[in-house]
Design a protein around this ligand. Structure first.
Ligand SMILES: [Zn+2]
Length: 248
C-alpha cells in the first residue's frame, strides 16, 4: 500500500510516498502555488498533510509562518503539525524510543516521541518556539519575548538581512538561548536523543549543539543527532499516513 505525506512548508511543499518501507519523492512545488491548486489536495485525499501550525483536535488554530495559508482546503483531511512529523521520522531513522525532535527553519518547532509514540498532549505539546524567554520583542504569533524572537529563520533574517554561515550562527546570542530552552525540555523529558532538523540545522553539526550540555547536570547526556534531509517532514507524514503512531 502506498502512503503519501505532504509537507506544506512556509515556502515549499514536498510530496513524498512510502511503499514497503521505501520513500519516493513525488514532487516539490511552491506553497503559494500548492495552495492555489485545491485539486492537488483532493488528488491526495488519503495523505497526511504536515502543516507548520498549531493543530488541536483536527483543527488548525494558527499558521504564523505560512503566508497566505488557506485552512479551508484541509477540512476533513488528515493533518499533523510539521515538527511532530519530523519527530516521527527521527524516531523511525534513529530507533530511539524517547526523542525530543527540534526543527530549525523559518520558525522553531518541536515534537516528542515518548515510549515510541508521538506525544501530542492535548494537541499543542512542545511548542517551544512560542515559549516566553524574555525581552519585549514582538513574535510573528503576536506574543512578546518568545524563543523565536531570539532564534529562528525569521529572527536571523531580521538581524542579518541575509543567509548566515555556520560560524555566524554559533556566534549568535540567540543560539545560546535556543540551547538553554532545549536543555529545559531535556530536564522535563529526559529523552535518549535530541534530534535536530530543518533548513538551519542542515548547516550545523551535532557537536555544535553540545552547548546544551553546559546547561545540564552530567546525568543528562542525551545523544545529539542532526538529520539533514529536506524531505524528513514529508517522510514522517507518509509514515503517519501508513497508520504509525495512531490517529492524526
Ligand atoms: Zn510566538
Amino acid at each position: 500500500m502506498m502512503n503519501v505525506g505532504i509537507d506544506v512548508g512556509g515556502t515549499f511543499t514536498d510530496i513524498v510516498s512510502m511503499e514497503n518501507g521505501e520513500f519516493t519523492h513525488i514532487q516539490t512545488l511552491r506553497t503559494s502555488k500548492f495552495l492555489r491548486r485545491p485539486e492537488l489536495v483532493e488528488e491526495y485525499s488519503d495523505a497526511v498533510f504536515a502543516i507548520a501550525g498549531w493543530i488541536r483536535g483536527g483543527e488548525i488554530l494558527r499558521t504564523p509562518n505560512i503566508p497566505g495559508f488557506r485552512r479551508e482546503l484541509f477540512k476533513g483531511k488528515m493533518i499533523e503539525n510539521d515538527a511532530n512529523c519530523f519527530a516521527v521520522y527521527a524516531h523511525y531513522v534513529t530507533g530511539f524510543s524517547n526523542v525530543f525532535a527540534v526543527t530549525l527553519g523559518t520558525g522553531v518547532g518541536a515534537g516528542i516521541i515518548a515510549n515510541s509514540r508521538l506525544y501530542r498532549g492535548s494537541g499543542l505539546a512542545s511548542e517551544i518556539g512560542h515559549a516566553f524567554v524574555g525581552g519585549n520583542e514582538r513574535c510573528v504569533c503576536g506574543g512578546i519575548g518568545h524563543l523565536e524572537t531570539f532564534f529562528s529563520g525569521w529572527a536571523i533574517k531580521k538581524k542579518f538581512g541575509r543567509e548566515v554561515s555556520r560560524k555566524e550562527i554559533l556566534g549568535f546570542d540567540g543560539f545560546r538561548v535556543l540551547c538553554t530552552e532545549v536543555a529545559k525540555a531535556v530536564m522535563v523529558l529526559d529523552p535518549e536523543a535530541v534530534v535536530f532538523g530543518g533548513r538551519i540545522s542542515s548547516i550545523l553539526e551535532p557537536e555544535d549543539f553540545r552547548l546544551i550540555y553546559d546547561f545540564l547536570h552530567p546525568e543528562f547526556r542525551p545523544e545529539i543527532r542532526v538529520i539533514k534531509d529536506p524531505l524528513a517532514v514529508a517522510k514522517g507524514a507518509a509514515i503517519l499516513a501508513g497508520g504509525g503512531h495512531g490517529h492524526c
